[in-house]
Design a protein around this ligand. Sequence first.
Ligand SMILES: *Cc1c(COP(=O)(O)O)cnc(C)c1O
Length: 401
Amino acid sequence: MSERLHPDTLAVRVAAPRSPYGENSEALYLTSGYVQPSAEASARRFAGEEEGYTYGRSGNPTVTSFEQRLAALEGTEACMATASGMAAIMLMCFSLLKAGDHVVYSRSMFGSSLKLIGSEFARFGVESTAVPQTDLAAWKAAVRPHTRLLFAETPTNPLTEVCDIAALADLAHDAGAWLAVDNCFATPALQRPVAFGADIVIHSGTKFLDGQGRVMAGAVCASEALVRDKLLPVQKNAGMVLSPFNAWVVLKGLETLSLRLKAQSAQALALAQWLQAHPAVAQVHYPGLPSHPQHALAMRQMDGCGGAVLAFDVKAANPEQARARAFHVLDRLQVLSLCTNLGDTKTLCAHPASTSHGKLSEAQRQAAGIGQGLIRVAVGLEHLQDIQADLARGLNTLDTL
Ligand SMILES: *Cc1c(COP(=O)(O)O)cnc(C)c1O
């Protein structure tokens, strides 16, 4: 199906075959086990000689539908769903790496990704080097003979730094390593990393794929060979599987992904322009703005859109004042949510320095460029004027502090 049809069509049509009942909307199969047609068939299925579901940890038709649909959108041969975005990164690292291997990754990645690779996997002898997101020379210099994986996230959370996927793919392949890209912020609606040479695409389905802030989900998209030979055997034993219910929610979320991303991106651009002109705002980080350092690259890589997440710094004389001012803006919100999530139809605002990046040391935080005055806005579908008015409540009253 994926060969002939437009992604908009794939997003509503790709799924596992219908049941004999002919349901039009994909069925939700809440079952942990499967009745086997015969003892012989059961034996063949367990031996991997025959297709067929056996037990919930090794597969479920609703989960399969989600995996097939997301793979079709990303343009990968296969996909493996996981219980969360972090479970996807865990599954990838667990499947591809062993003691003595080396990973090069961006120091501006999602806080838990930094911790998982830099600290947790280090306990098992996996070495790693964190490099500046946009400095290609630094990525190149960090590669060692036993480097197996380059891991980037673009745009990054929360500063929306954009890296050149094609250049990193060349670098990885020259080194005999895989390039994995966390595509959580752009989603396949705007950016398909494998089209630029990436080998693996990571998703937090919790964000835009669900799109309405309801469930946790994750996925690793890759070649058939990587999924079959590396990921599936680990997933079967390690068990970070996606629940069928959550798979059904994100499967239906994919149907409106492209519409939502484009609408929320347009709102984010308008909000970014408005914030940039606001006297209380020092800087706006948004790839859709011509002032963004990688604007041209972002427009090339992200189908001309900037995405639906931006961040801005409130003006302040020092870190203490910056934190107090950011808190003032967040505490005046009456419509938007103070909430550490993104990708929702509701606009969500967060203070990265005390939440997603709160567990990093001050030095790590500064290296990642996360100041105390930074506010992240994951723009939703409320009317733009209401979003602006809600932020203006705090931004226009900072002198009362
Ligand atoms: C949220 C997020 C994750 C982790 O996903 P969970 O579903 O919360 O486990 C990974 N990467 C990025 C960029 C994220 O925003």
